[in-house]
Unconditional design. Sequence first.
Length: 277
Amino acid sequence: MQADLDYNDIRPGKFKQEGDSIPKRKKKNKLEAKNVDVFYGDFQAIDNISLNIKANAVTAFIGPSGCGKSTFLRLYNRMNDYIEKFSMNGEILLDGNNIYDKNIKVEELRKKVGMVFQKPNPFPKSIFENVAYGLRIQGIKEKDFIEERVVTSLKQVALWDEVKDDLKKQALALSGGQQQRLCIARALAVKPSVILMDEPTSALDPISTGKLEDLIYGLKENYTIVIVTHNMQQAGRISDYTAFLYMGRLIEFGNTKKIFTNPDKDRTQNYITGRFG
């Protein structure tokens, strides 16, 4: 089956050319979900999903609203723990270790698995203190070390040149796109290995969205990135792998090019061609 959405048409020239999206060397699994069920009371939000996420790649979760994408994403840093009547069965592994083991310290887990939310959420502090925040709450006090991490993180998100002369400026005075890149810098400062992104560009204008997509695509060299997006063109542009979820179930998962050009499931084909969702 050939999808109406042409994969080659949605990959701009600034990204790698066709065939280069997945490096030839085999990647190891960074995150693994094994037979995962999620319940909120009597309601089942996730139904028996098993999924392996490769290291140093971008994996996109797509599907209609209410299909379980964000719920599943939040399992990887235990954000669902705060939701009333949440329970789960199965295992979520990070580097082979079950993060829901009773001996896991959630605070330590979240140093390794950073989170970027749908709307930018900078703290009402200076640009510098926003990025330094995670280091300070860890008890780090060395001024030179903190400064080095702040500068490095701002450079990683291509924000340094825009703010380097005014690091004391209130973060809330930045544009929406700058705020979102600042939030990513804040996550990077504590050196996570995984970055979760829940609709990170949904509140941004097209120019800011383009900058953030460039950033996401570049960050995978050093990080494993999992992104929830409603924008299928975005998934096609920046992701190496795509998972299609529907009504709490994993319908199909695989190489992004294949998902968009020759999916195995009719339901995947119908969704990506706009027949529902």
